[in-house]
Ligand binder design. Structure first.
Ligand code: AMP
Length: 283
C-alpha cells in the first residue's frame, strides 16, 4: 500500500490506475478505523480494482465547541488495518495540503445541509461536502463508498453528486453494529462502561419504532413517541432529535407508504451519537 500525503502524487497515481483500465474505488474516512469503515473497504475491493482510502480529520466539519482536538488519531494502527484489507493507496494529507492559506471556497447543498444534524451543527454538512468534493476532484473515483450510519450525509452527498455532475457513483453500505446493537463509531471510545450501556438507548429506541411499525402503526408522531419513551426512561441520555424523513430530501414525511428514514441523535455525557433505521415501503 502506498501512503501519500500530497494532492499531486495522489492525482498522478489515480490517473495512472485509470489509464491502465482499473476502476477506482474510494473510501473517505477520518480514521480511528473500525469494522464499519472496513466493511466499506471490503465492498470497494469486491467491485473496484484500485482502492483508495483517505484519512483526514476535516476541521471545517467541526463546530467551535466540538471534539476536533481530541478526535482519536491512531494513524499507525489505521495504516496496518488498511494494509491488511489490501488497499492500494492511502491518502493522508495535512490540513495545510487540503486547505491552503486563504482558501475561502465551500460547497453547500442548500435545503438539506440545515436539516437533522445540520440544525445543531451549523456548518457541519458544508464542511463535509466541501472536503468530499475536493477529495473527488483529486481521486476522481468511479465509485465512492459511504456508510448508512451517516444517512443524512449520504443523502446530501448523493445530491451534491447530481447537482455538480460528478461522474462518481455513490455506494451506500449498511450500518455495522457492535454485538449489543450499538452502531460502531470512532466516537464510541469516548464512552465509559456506564455510558456505553446508556448509549444503547439509541438502537433500542429505533427497535421500538420498528416493532410499532411491524405491528401496523403508520402515524409518524406515534412512531416518534415510541422512540421518545425509551429516552424518557434514561435521563442521563439527552435526546437531540428523533425524526422520520424522506432519505432523499431529509424532509419530514406524513405518509410512510413509500418508506422513510428514522434518524436519532443524542448526547451521553459529552459524547454525541447518531443512529438510524430505514422503514420499508409498504405499497
Ligand atoms: P468517519 O470516519 O466517521 O467520517 O466515517 C467514514 C465513513 O465510514 C462514512 O461514510 C461513515 O458513514 C462510515 N461509517 C462510520 N461508521 C459506520 C458504521 N458503523 N457502519 C457503516 N459505515 C460506517
Amino acid at each position: 500500500m502506498k501512503v501519500l500525503t500530497t494532492i499531486s502524487e495522489v492525482r498522478s497515481a489515480c490517473a495512472a490506475a485509470r489509464a491502465s483500465g482499473k476502476r477506482v474505488g474510494f473510501v473517505p474516512t477520518m480514521g480511528a478505523l473500525h469494522e464499519g469503515h472496513l466493511s466499506l473497504v471490503r465492498t470497494a475491493r469486491s467491485e473496484s480494482d484500485f482502492i483508495v482510502a483517505s484519512i483526514f480529520v476535516n476541521p471545517t466539519q467541526f463546530g467551535p465547541n466540538e471534539d476536533l482536538a481530541k478526535y482519536p488519531r491512531p494513524f499507525e494502527r489505521d495504516r496496518e488495518l488498511l494494509e491488511i484489507e489490501k488497499v492500494d493507496l492511502l491518502f493522508a494529507p495535512t490540513v495545510e495540503e487540503m486547505y491552503p492559506p486563504g482558501a475561502t471556497t465551500f460547497v453547500h447543498v442548500e435545503g438539506m445541509s440545515e436539516k437533522l444534524c445540520g440544525k445543531s451543527r451549523p456548518g457541519h454538512f458544508r464542511g463535509v461536502t466541501t472536503i468530499v468534493s475536493k477529495l473527488f476532484n483529486i481521486v476522481d473515483p468511479d465509485r465512492a463508498y459511504f456508510g448508512q450510519k451517516d444517512a443524512a450525509q449520504a443523502g446530501i452527498i448523493k445530491k451534491m453528486v447530481r447537482d455538480l455532475a460528478y461522474r462518481t457513483q455513490v455506494v451506500v453500505c449498511p450500518i455495522v453494529r457492535e454485538p449489543d446493537g450499538l452502531a460502531m463509531s470512532s466516537r464510541n471510545v469516548y464512552l465509559n462502561a456506564e455510558e456505553w450501556k446508556q448509549a444503547l438507548a439509541l438502537s433500542r429506541a429505533l427497535q421500538g419504532v420498528r416493532s410499532a411499525f411491524d405491528n401496523g402503526e403508520r402515524g409518524p408522531s406515534i412512531l416518534r413517541s415510541a422512540a421518545e419513551t425509551v429516552f424518557a426512561g434514561i435521563p442521563q441520555v439527552k435526546l437531540e432529535y428523533v425524526e422520520i424523513v424522506n432519505p432523499d430530501t431529509l424532509d419530514p414525511v406524513c405518509d410512510l407508504s413509500e418508506g422513510a428514514l428514522v434518524a436519532v441523535a443524542a448526547k451521553i455525557g459529552g459524547t454525541r451519537l447518531i443512529d438510524n433505521i430505514v422503514l420499508p415501503a409498504t405499497k
